[in-house]
Design a protein around this ligand. Structure first.
Ligand code: FMN
Length: 189
C-alpha cells in the first residue's frame, strides 16, 4: 500500500506541511509505505492546452511533472495539503492539478493505459486558511471533489483547518487528529 502526500504550500514546515506529516504518519501507522512531494521544490509549469497528451498520454513540457505523473500512477492513495491563497489554491497546487491533463484522453476519460492504475485510486484533501471560517477553502474542495467525481476516483474526504502564522496548526489537536485519521483511512483498503 503506497500513500503519496502532495504538499502545495511554499512554506516548508508550515501549517499544510504539518498536517500532511500527521496524515502520512497515520498512514504509516496503518502499514502504508509513504512518500511526500513538496511541489515548491520542483519545476512545474502551467498546462499549455496543446492537446498532444490526448494522443500519447505523455506531456511534452520538459519539467518535473512527468516524474510526478509516475508517482501518481504508482500510489494507491494521494493526500493533498494546501493553504488558501486569495480564496483559492496556491499556484503550485493549481499547476500540478492542471497537469493531470496528461492522464486523460480528449473526452476526459482516463487514457486506456492508465485506467487500470487510476480506477478507484483514493484521493484526500487538507486545507488551511487564515480566516477563522474554514469554509473559506470551499472553492478548493469544490475543485478537487469535482475532479474526483468526474473521473470516478475514490474520495477519502477533506480536513479543513484554520491557522495563520507558520506552525500555528501544531496547537490544533483536533485538526491534527483528523489529519492522522485521514492518513489511516488512505492506507486502509
Ligand atoms: C499570498 C497569500 C494569500 C492568502 N490568501 C488568503 C485568503 O484568501 N484567505 C485566507 O483565509 N487566508 C489567506 N492566506 C493565509 C494562509 O492561508 C494562511 O497563512 C495559512 O496558514 C498558510 O498555510 P501554510 O503555513 O501551509 O503556508 C493567504 C496567505 C498568502 C501568503
Amino acid at each position: 500500500m503506497k500513500v503519496l502526500g502532495i504538499m502545495g504550500s511554499p512554506r516548508v514546515g508550515g501549517n499544510s506541511d504539518i498536517l500532511l506529516d500527521q496524515a502520512l504518519a497515520g498512514a504509516k501507522d496503518a502499514g502504508a509505505q509513504v512518500e511526500k512531494t513538496i511541489l515548491d521544490k520542483l519545476k512545474i509549469s502551467g498546462c499549455k492546452d496543446c492537446k498532444k497528451c490526448n494522443e500519447t498520454g505523455l506531456c511534452v513540457i520538459k519539467d518535473d511533472m512527468p516524474e510526478i505523473h509516475k508517482k501518481i500512477l504508482d500510489a494507491d492513495a494521494i493526500i493533498h495539503s494546501v493553504p488558501v491563497y486569495f480564496w483559492s489554491m496556491t499556484a503550485q497546487m493549481k499547476a500540478y492539478l492542471d497537469r493531470w491533463c496528461a492522464l486523460f484522453d480528449a473526452e476526459w476519460r482516463w487514457q486506456k493505459q492508465y485506467y487500470p492504475k487510476m480506477k478507484g485510486k483514493r484521493i484526500g484533501l487538507m486545507t488551511v486558511c487564515g480566516d477563522p471560517d474554514v469554509h473559506t477553502a470551499d472553492p478548493i474542495v469544490h475543485s478537487f471533489k469535482s475532479t474526483v467525481d468526474m473521473t470516478k476516483l475514490n474520495w477519502l474526504g477533506v480536513v479543513m483547518a484554520s491557522a495563520s502564522e507558520k506552525g500555528d496548526i501544531g496547537k490544533d489537536e483536533n485538526a491534527k487528529k483528523q489529519a492522522w485519521e485521514l492518513g489511516r483511512k488512505a492506507a486502509t483498503p
